[in-house]
Design a protein around this ligand. Structure first.
Ligand code: DOR
Length: 438
């Protein structure tokens, strides 16, 4: 089947394209990009001229919870949330139950993702067996089964020696090691950013240094090994400094920032709803200087990717005292609107940079297909509606969990449609794209 995306603004940073062009999809591949392409038997999708046709967005940090915690999310519901959020692919963290530290679990995830037939799923394997920080997992086996990176996310890679070995082995298979950087002794049993807000609310604090110290350690180890290290969900200004220094020295370090860390600060702990467990995540929301540093890093290129850290938790699990609630919020269905509203319309980044952060760079960091609309590339395409007025509605989300602090927020910019392997899996009626075009 052929599909012609007609009349939109095509932005493909990898190919240096930005213009009013058509995109022809033939079956599961990009067949042509050009001005006034002939219809030639294709199904035509007429787009408004301000709609942006770009390479499919890739969220390189999500928790799909399957196997083992299907009451929070399944691969089917998580990948449905992904396409509704504009993501054609996601990379899922290994902190499932059991942990994805062997080929059986990886194969299970891959087969469930295929069955779901929504966004593509790239599993991330555990660095250590059971993510316990003792013995390395069988990295060759994980790679062979389909893992694209290694991480003990949810926990840091426990020791410098283990991180060194993980980097050495991962490099042999061309994979990055993604670290949840957090010094356990400094984190202690903290639940919120260490600062004025936590003090006045009586919450135990987690200083920014808990993160930055491990970023520094891992940058050193990336230099020692020559391997690729990626910082997960970066939140502290001192971590950004460590990354910038490493990059300047030519060390292979990359990093991601989550939308909540460029949007919110720890003031959200106090208002509008004090002790709202939907603003409890790890790393925590930090001070405005940290938030502003993340924004600056996104603008100046120090930050490589926007990743959601989509962390679904069941309503009942979050309906407890702040101290006892699990860390994490959902993110797949709000990321694009927050990025548009806060960063693009906020005058911080260009549209082109937005697409680099959400597609080109994640594809490059993980060495997965995508990140381009080049002829012959997989037909993974996101159509963005930059001026769409979006009212976030947690209850209407496709994710099985609704733990978002953004419920009710009015944002400018959203997703018009999501195409994975040539199949239009999401078409937003609010953007005027009827299901008929799917
Ligand atoms: O907030 C978080 N939630 N941070 C993590 O590192 C883990 C995640 C989860 O799995 O819920």
């Amino acid at each position: 089947m052929k599909r012609l995306l007609k009349g939109g603004r095509v932005v493909d940073p990898a190919a240096g394209i930005d213009g009013q062009l058509d995109v022809l999809i033939d079956d599961d591949r990009i067949a042509a990009v050009g001005r006034g392409l002939p219809v030639d038997g294709a199904v035509v999708v007429e787009l408004r001229p301000d709609f942006v046709v770009c390479p499919g967005l890739i969220d390189m940090h999500v928790h799909l919870r399957e196997p083992g915690q299907e009451h929070k999310e399944t691969i089917a519901t998580g990948t449905a949330a992904a396409v509704a959020g504009g993501f054609t692919a996601v990379a899922c963290m290994p902190n499932t139950d059991p942990i994805n530290d062997n080929a059986n679990v990886t194969a299970y995830i891959v087969s469930k993702a295929r069955e779901a037939g929504q966004a593509r799923v790239y599993p991330i394997g555990a660095v250590s067996r059971g993510s316990r920080g003792e013995l390395l997992a069988d990295i060759a086996e994980l790679r062979q089964a389909g893992c694209v990176a290694l991480s003990d996310d949810g926990r840091p890679v426990a020791t410098a020696l283990l991180m060194r070995r993980a980097l050495e082995y991962a490099a042999m298979f061309g994979m990055p090691v993604i670290d949840h950087c957090e010094d356990p002794s400094l984190k202690g049993d903290g639940v919120a950013h260490e600062g004025f807000q936590a003090s006045t609310l009586g919450l135990r604090g987690i200083p920014g240094a808990a993160e930055a110290i491990m970023v520094e350690r891992d940058v050193q180890l990336a230099e020692l090994t020559g391997a690729a290290f990626h910082v997960a969900h970066m939140s502290a200004r001192s971590s950004l400094r460590a990354v910038a220094k490493g990059k300047d020295a030519g060390i292979r370090v990359t990093c991601e920032v989550a939308p909540h860390h460029f949007t919110l600060t720890d003031e959200a702990l106090a208002a509008p709803v004090p002790y709202d467990t939907n603003v409890k995540m790890n790393p925590p929301l930090r001070e405005s200087v940290d938030r502003d540093a993340m924004v600056a890093g996104l603008a100046d290129g120090t930050v490589d990717a926007i990743a959601t850290d989509h962390a679904p938790h069941h309503y009942d699990e979050k309906q407890v005292e702040f101290d006892n609630a699990p860390f994490g919020i959902t993110g797949l269905e709000t990321a694009v609107s927050l990025t548009f509203d806060r960063l693009v319309h906020g005058g911080v980044i260009t549209l082109r940079r937005m697409i680099e952060l959400l597609s080109v760079n994640p594809a490059r960091i993980l060495s997965v297909p995508g990140g381009t609309l080049a002829v012959g590339a997989p037909a993974d395409v996101t159509i963005l509606a930059p001026d769409l007025r979006v009212r976030v509605a947690a209850a209407a989300m496709r994710s099985r969990s609704k733990n978002t602090p953004f419920d009710g927020w009015e944002l400018r910019g959203g997703v018009a449609a999501t195409i994975v392997g040539g199949r239009m899996l999401f078409a937003n009626e609010a953007a005027g794209l009827a299901a008929a075009t799917a």
